[in-house]
Ligand binder design. Structure first.
Ligand code: NIG
Length: 387
C-alpha cells in the first residue's frame, strides 16, 4: 500500500480555524501555528514546528479556510459590459438582460463553454474560493438547462437548477405555460444533475405563486430549495423562502421588518451579494439588522455576466464591512461557514482535524488586510483539497 505524503504549512503568523474549540474567539484564532494535511484532509492543527514529509514555510502570513461561494452563475458565454456602462450612466437594471446571455450561451459549443468555465473557475480559485455553487439559468429549455448543469457538475457537486430565471421571449404572455415546462420536462432533465432548485422571485421574473410551484416541484424531485428574493425591491420572496423551507434566501437587499422577523424565526440563511448591489446601484443590504435579529448570514460573489461580473470575494468582504455594518470577523465567517450553511454543508469552511484541506494563504499578516487594503491582490496561494 502506498503511503500518502503529508505536508506541513509551517510558521503561520495568524491562523483562522473557525473552530472556537481550537483557538480564540468565534474565528478560533491560533497564533504561530502550523497545519498538517495529506492533501485531502487536515490531519492536525498545532503550534509552529509540527513535522511532516514536506514543509512549506509561509513566513508569518495569515492562513484562513478557503472561501465558500454559495451563489454563482458561472456557466455563461458573452459579454454585457455595454449594459453595465449604460447602468453607470443612469439606466436601471432589469431581469430582461438575462435573455442576452441566453442567446450568447446557446451560440457557444460545449468545448468553448467548458474552456470559458475552466478559466472562470481558475480565476475564482486565485481569489481564494475553494468551494463553489454553480447555477444553470442561461439555457431555459430542457436540453439547454441540462447541458449547463452537466457542465457545472464538472466543477462542483453543488449545482442548482435555475430554469425559472426569466420567462423566455417565446413564452411572452404565457408565463404559466413556462412554469409548467420548468416543473415538468425541464425538471425531469435537470434533477439528476442538481442538488438545489432555485427561482428568481421578482417583478419581471416570477411571482410568489409561480415561485412556490417551482420550489414545490423541485422539492418533490428531491432537490433543496433556494430562492432569489427581494433583490430589486420589497416583495414576497423572503416570505416564500421561509414558508417553503428554503436553505437560503439570496440577495435580501430590500427587507421589511416582517421579512427580518420571518428569517429570524427560520433556519433560512440570508445570502448577501453586495457585488450585485454595487453593479446595479442598489442600496446595500443591512447585514447588521439581520445579524442582530439572529439570522445566519452568508456572503457570495454572485459571479454572473449581468449584475455581478466578479469572482473577488475580497471585494465583497470589503463592501460588507464598509457598507453593510458587518465586522471583518462577521464578514469572513459569512464567506466561509455562512456559505457552507447556505449549501447545507458542515464539512467545509473550517480548519480542524478531518476538514478538507482547503486553505488560503494571504499575503498579509491578518485577514483584516482583506478589507484594509481593498483592490490589492492579497491571495498568496489557494490550496484546494484533492477530492
Ligand atoms: O443573481 N437575479 C437573477 N440572477 C442574477 C442576474 C442574472 C443576469 O442579469 O444575467 C443575479 O443577480
Amino acid at each position: 500500500m502506498t503511503r500518502v505524503t503529508t505536508t506541513v504549512l509551517d510558521r503561520i503568523g495568524l491562523l483562522v480555524t473557525n473552530d472556537p474549540a481550537l483557538g480564540a474567539g468565534p474565528l478560533g484564532i491560533v497564533h504561530d501555528a502550523s497545519v498538517v494535511t495529506d492533501g485531502s484532509r487536515v490531519l492536525s492543527v498545532g503550534p509552529s514546528g509540527q513535522i511532516a514529509d514536506q514543509r512549506v514555510d509561509v513566513e508569518g502570513r495569515c492562513v484562513i479556510p478557503g472561501f465558500v461561494d454559495s451563489h454563482s452563475h458561472l456557466v455563461f458565454a458573452g459579454d454585457r459590459s455595454e449594459e453595465f456602462a449604460a447602468r453607470m450612466a443612469g439606466a436601471e437594471y432589469a431581469a430582461g438582460g438575462i435573455h442576452t446571455t441566453v442567446a450568447a450561451t446557446a451560440q457557444a459549443s460545449d468545448a468553448e463553454l467548458r474552456r470559458i468555465v475552466t478559466a472562470r473557475r481558475a480565476e475564482a480559485a486565485r481569489a481564494g474560493i475553494t468551494s463553489i455553487e454553480i447555477k444553470s439559468g442561461y439555457g431555459l429549455t430542457p436540453a439547454a438547462e441540462a447541458r449547463l448543469l452537466r457542465l457545472g457538475r464538472e466543477f462542483t457537486h453543488d449545482t442548482t437548477f435555475l430554469g425559472a430565471h426569466v420567462v423566455p421571449t417565446e413564452f411572452t404572455g404565457r408565463a404559466d405555460d413556462y412554469v409548467e415546462l420548468v416543473c415538468g420536462e425541464m425538471l425531469k432533465a435537470a434533477a439528476p444533475l442538481s442538488r438545489f432548485v432555485d427561482v428568481f422571485c421578482e417583478v419581471g421574473a416570477f411571482d410568489a405563486d409561480q415561485s412556490r410551484e417551482v420550489l414545490r416541484a423541485g422539492i418533490a424531485a428531491g432537490l433543496i430549495p433556494k430562492i432569489h428574493a427581494n433583490q430589486l425591491g420589497l416583495g414576497p420572496g423572503v416570505r416564500v423562502a421561509v414558508e417553503m423551507g428554503c436553505v437560503s434566501a439570496d440577495h435580501c437587499t430590500h427587507l421589511s421588518d416582517a421579512d427580518v422577523a420571518a428569517l429570524a424565526g427560520s433556519t433560512t440563511v440570508a445570502t448577501l451579494l453586495p457585488a450585485a448591489d454595487f453593479s446595479t446601484r442598489q442600496p446595500y443590504p443591512d447585514a447588521r439588522r439581520l445579524i442582530d435579529a439572529g439570522v445566519t448570514v452568508a456572503i457570495g460573489t454572485n459571479c454572473n455576466p449581468g449584475s455581478s461580473n466578479t469572482t473577488s470575494m475580497s471585494f465583497c468582504l470589503a463592501l460588507a464591512v464598509r457598507d453593510m455594518g458587518m465586522t471583518a470577523e462577521e464578514a469572513l465567517q459569512a464567506a466561509t461557514t455562512g456559505g457552507a450553511a447556505a449549501l447545507r454543508r458542515d464539512d467545509i469552511g473550517r480548519l480542524r482535524v478531518g476538514s478538507p484541506a482547503d486553505l488560503v494563504v494571504l499575503d498579509a499578516p491578518s485577514y483584516l488586510h482583506l478589507i484594509y487594503r481593498p483592490g490589492v491582490p492579497l491571495i498568496h496561494s489557494t490550496i484546494s483539497a484533492r477530492r
